[in-house]
Ligand binder design. Structure first.
Ligand code: NCD
Length: 311
């Protein structure tokens, strides 16, 4: 099988071209149908070993990569870092080199340090997929979000996407902004000024410090969790009554962007950044569709990144 996708690793959206993104999304489409069948077993990754090394908590991303690998026939191993020698002082690079010596073909890595995936990729020889590095990137989340938007709007080019909340600490917002701008969408980053990136780091998005202004007429509203684990106490103290100023609910959406579809990467803090009823409304919320498409996108990524190895 030939492919124009030439990357060894998937470390960030920044390294991809618009045609790489389109190739991944096009490949993912077939897996959506496949995943809706009762029996979901492909064999293209048979004999390959996929290690999911998650040094930070995860529900969706870890499970999604595990299911994706298994449906393609790979041997999937989840590395429980809380029970590992990291607790005994071993460094990240020593740990991943140890895993690499066991000859995995793919390592899916999540780590709290920005740049961790790139560092690991430079020191081991299996394919590395970044499943979130600190405040850096989360490329498969941006790809699954793009697939959800493309399927609903029929395009990415010309779409207006408002990404709201704790943008500054969000690798999801970062990867989404790079991807959506590259594909011709308008991106608005919306939130209190201390949770927005500096203008020089906004990746071509516009910055908005009023929720109704940022949301007005948007096609897509993507809400983000407050990433307390990446904030100091001083910043947390300044957030005040966040939900009354920055929480999204149906009444606000009806007023400023009545046709907008709502997205959230999860985990959701109900009643904080988004009202629970709105998040659950299947006519407006794509939250569970995002999760479904995530498996398809990860299957496409695992397939594309291992084609050369399998040839
Ligand atoms: C996000 C993450 O871990 O970056 N979650 C996810 O992967 N779906 C967002 C978050 O933690 O808020």
């Amino acid at each position: 099988m030939t492919s124009s996708f030439k990357h060894r690793h998937l470390l960030g959206i920044r390294e991809l071209s618009a045609s790489d993104v389109t190739a991944i999304l096009d490949e993912a489409e077939q897996w959506i149908t496949f995943n809706r069948q009762r029996r979901k077993q492909d064999d293209r990754l048979t004999g390959l070993t996929q290690v999911n090394a998650f040094f930070e908590n995860s529900t969706r991303t870890l499970l999604s990569f595990e299911i994706a690998g298994k449906r393609l026939g790979a041997q999937v191993v989840n590395f429980q870092t809380s029970q590992s020698s990291l607790q005994k002082g071993e460094t990240l690079l020593d740990t991943v080199r140890t895993v690499n010596a066991m000859q995995p073909d793919v390592m899916v890595l999540r780590h709290q340090l920005t740049g961790a995936a790139a560092e690991v990729a430079a020191s081991i020889d299996c394919a590395v997929i970044n499943a979130g590095d600190g405040v850096g990137e989360h490329p498969t989340q941006a790809l699954l979000d793009a697939l959800a938007i493309r399927r609903r709007l029929g395009r990415l080019d010309g779409a207006t996407v408002a990404i709201c909340g704790d943008v500054r600490h969000s690798r999801v917002a970062h990867s989404n902004t790079i991807l959506l701008r590259m594909m011709g969408a308008q991106v608005r980053l919306v939130g209190p000024s201390n949770l927005l990136p500096d203008a020089s780091e906004s990746e071509g998005a516009s910055l908005h410090t009023r929720l109704d202004d940022g949301l007005a007429g948007a096609d897509i509203v993507m809400m983000l969790r407050i990433q307390r684990e990446r904030m100091d106490d001083a910043l947390l103290g300044k957030l005040g009554d966040y939900s009354s100023q920055w929480g999204l609910n149906a009444a606000l959406l009806d007023r400023v962007a009545p046709d907008a579809l709502v997205m959230h990467p999860g985990p959701i803090n109900r009643g904080m950044e988004i009202d629970g009823t709105l998040a659950d409304d299947p006519k407006r919320s794509l939250v569970l569709e995002q999760v479904e498409l995530g498996v398809a996108v990860r299957m496409a990524c695992l397939d594309l990144l291992t084609r050369e190895r399998r040839a």
